[in-house]
Design a protein around this ligand. Sequence first.
Ligand code: ZN
Length: 273
Amino acid sequence: MKRRDIIKILSVAAVTPPVVLSASAGHAAVITDDNVKDQLYKTRKPNQHHDGDIIAAPEKVGPMSSALKRLKRLQDTVGYGNFNVLSFDQGIRAARQYSRVGEFTRDELEVLEEIFYGEAAEYGFLGDKPVDELTSRISRRDIVKIPRSGHFLYKGEAQKMFDKVRSEVGTSLVLTSGIRSVTKQMYLFLRKASRYDWNLSLASRSLAPPGYSFHGVGDFDVGKKGLAGKNFTSAFAKTDEYKKLVDLGYIKIRYPLDNQLGVRFEPWHIKVV
Ligand SMILES: [Zn+2]
């Protein structure tokens, strides 16, 4: 699909949810949308709806929602680990092959392409796009599965860095997310958006849209063993494991506190590329 054929998937949120009005009325009244302070305020409260947030156009919600459910069934069918590195074409083929997943419909494929080839900056994500093809593949020859994690890393720099970090911080430091294919990132992004009234701005404050994630090209996330889901919250920044990471110095955080890319602080995300 060519750029000019892509139908707009976006519409500005007509009504700001009431709960947000009471929480952020003071800020909203004095700060404009293109103001940096406003951007920082939003990324400090990524899971709140903010004035000016962009939501999916109503006619796109149906296909986005059914595509999300199909992606979930696809993950359940091919397995969590395989799904992490499943290319878009492989996903389409597998969906067709397994009747419990079912073939992606035309409308679903169209909306997934629109999301991938759309400009994420339009809804507030200002980071780079390291993966520019929807059908980009991850070669099994280039990756290694990390035992007991369900995740893969690229051989070379990423694997070396993970081994080094682990040997210096200790085995209580675990891999919580490695390589993520376009398919996986699409699933995560849609899942996040679906939980917040299809607010794409909100979703993109804590999850890079598909194509924009550096998990596609080498970055990975680490956490403290046993901390589970809390590894993806500020709780991780309070752990000894995190403090050691900082002390070691060679770890570069991709999305530091108050970055200007429209992304929340992610102390667990390790920059490799
Ligand atoms: Zn990450």
